[in-house]
Design a protein around this ligand. Structure first.
Ligand code: ARG
Length: 471
């Protein structure tokens, strides 16, 4: 067993039970690439300021590169006695290079090292999440184009409310995912600051140049306070919050589609390949992927709350509690990444059941609000118009008919402003056509936004594709 690099102060070796309890290598081995990249940048910086000779630096870089290859090809030996990824890499280097290897940890501590590694890992993670969000947005835009002619009942309180274009529906999620992406990009700015060189907590007396390693590692800047940056984990909490918001958006959408895929709704056709069966009920086709996307949001919320409780009340600077940040951070990223991937597959694979949806659009008085607004346009106060239409709906309900089925005389009796021309405003299609406000489901508004997103995301509609082929 390799001696511990801090062995000088200790008279006995570590109790095996303590080793098992304190190790983090089982989790933080995932940081190996970032750890080695960080060490190479650190060595190059040490050489530039004269703390390593260029020959020592080259040997260290070569050694680290070989260690990376061993980890990648599976020949590297992990041992909990070496505690974490930082000690594994450094000890393996010392095993190879002896005293030269012992120089790598100059002007550095595992406290700034682990923060550097995790910041780089989170930065990459946020970039991957950003690409997945863009892909999901593109899938939603494709679906909006495919279902351009579909009108859906829009809901509030899960009760039929007003008609909406299916494209308006899909674009609602494109906007939500865009804010998620924006949050990821904004969070990345605070993640991308180099703590390296903060050392244990107070910095170092050695003549290092932190900007060199920061530049080599792609950081935008160097942290301003060693005490802060060797201990801070807000970057981890913030990034997991970004993920939590994505998970919440996905969970709401998944719930909606679970409902839509029921016989009762019959709005959605999910391809067989994306559903599973039941072991006892042969007729079943279950939307398990949607349910798991909905369910996995719990893990992400859990990760966020773990991190918040973890850092609560920690005094400056580094405390070993912080080692517990890895499990929730890794799990939140893994979970949201896979949920985003599957969500895009589902959005691309599912079809709205146009016929089923259309056949019931007459139910639920989706045009009642349009009628009320037509009255308002004729100068009737909103509260009065609301009352008039409410009474008409009640009369229709008693007779089981639609608003458009009422006689002209009944409209006139309800209000003198309701002449025969009012009928042209009724029915879901007229109701959709009547919308005008910015951001509404008005066809022109939806098209404007659909064009914006298609262009921005490089999505070409099938119709356009066909035209291309013809010309
Ligand atoms: N494995 C530790 C972590 O993840 C690395 C830092 C340990 N620092 C220390 N002083 N024990 O936080």
């Amino acid at each position: 067993m390799a001696e511990k690099p801090w062995g000088g102060r200790f008279e006995s070796s570590t109790d095996r039970r303590v080793e098992r309890f304190t190790e983090s290598i089982s989790l933080d081995r995932r940081l190996f690439e970032h750890d080695i990249r960080g060490s190479i940048a650190h060595a190059r910086m040490l050489a530039e300021v004269g703390l390593l000779s260029s020959d020592e630096c080259e040997r260290i870089v070569r050694g680290l590169t070989e260690i990376q290859a061993e980890i990648e090809n599976g020949t590297f030996v992990f041992d909990i006695a070496r505690e974490d990824i930082h000690m594994h890499v450094e000890s393996a280097l010392i095993d190879r290079l002896g005293d030269i290897g012992r120089k790598l940890h100059t002007a550095r501590s595992r406290n700034d090292q682990v923060s550097t590694d995790l910041r780089m890992w989170v930065r990459d993670g946020l970039d991957r999440i950003g690409s997945r969000l863009v892909d999901l947005q593109a899938a939603c835009v494709e679906a909006a184009l495919v279902h351009r002619d579909v009108i859906l009942p829009g809901y509030t309180h899960l009760q039929r409310a007003q008609p909406i274009l299916a494209s308006h529906y899909y674009l609602a999620y494109v906007e939500k995912f865009d804010r998620d992406r924006d949050r990821a990009l904004d969070c990345r700015k605070r993640v991308n600051v180099s703590p390296l060189g903060s050392a244990a907590l107070a910095g170092t007396t050695l003549p290092i140049d932190r900007s060199i390693s920061a530049r080599l590692l792609g950081f935008d800047s160097v942290s301003a306070n060693s005490l802060d940056s060797s201990s801070d984990r807000d970057f981890a909490v913030e990034s997991v919050f970004v993920l939590t918001m994505i998970a919440e958006h996905l969970a709401g959408w998944a719930e909606e589609w679970v409902i839509w895929s029921t016989k009762e709704f019959g709005f959605l056709k999910l391809p067989d390949a994306l559903c599973t069966g039941s072991s006892i009920m042969p007729q079943k086709k279950n939307p398990d992927v949607l349910e798991l996307i909905r369910g996995r949001s719990a893990r992400v919320v859990g990760a966020l709350s773990t991190l918040l409780v973890l850092i609560k009340g920690l005094p400056l600077a580094y405390n070993r509690d912080l080692q517990e940040d890895k499990a929730p951070v890794f799990d939140a990223f893994d979970t949201v990444e896979s949920c985003l991937e599957l969500a895009a597959v589902l959005v691309r694979g599912a079809r709205l059941n146009h016929k089923n949806i259309m056949s019931r659009l007459d139910e639920g008085y989706l045009d009642a609000t349009t009628l009320m607004e037509a009255l308002i346009e004729r100068g009737i106060p909103q509260r009065a118009a609301h009352e008039v239409v409410g009474k008409l709906v009640a009369a229709c309900e008693r007779r089981g008919v639609r608003l458009v089925d009422l006689d002209d005389s009944e409209f006139l009796a309800a209000h003198p402003g309701l002449d025969g021309s009012i009928k042209s405003k009724l029915g879901v299609e007229s109701a959709i056509a009547a919308f005008r406000s910015e951001g509404s489901t008005a066809p022109a508004e939806v098209d404007r936004r659909l064009n914006y997103w298609s262009e921005k995301l490089g999505v070409v509609s099938n119709k356009d594709k066909n035209t291309d082929k013809v010309s």
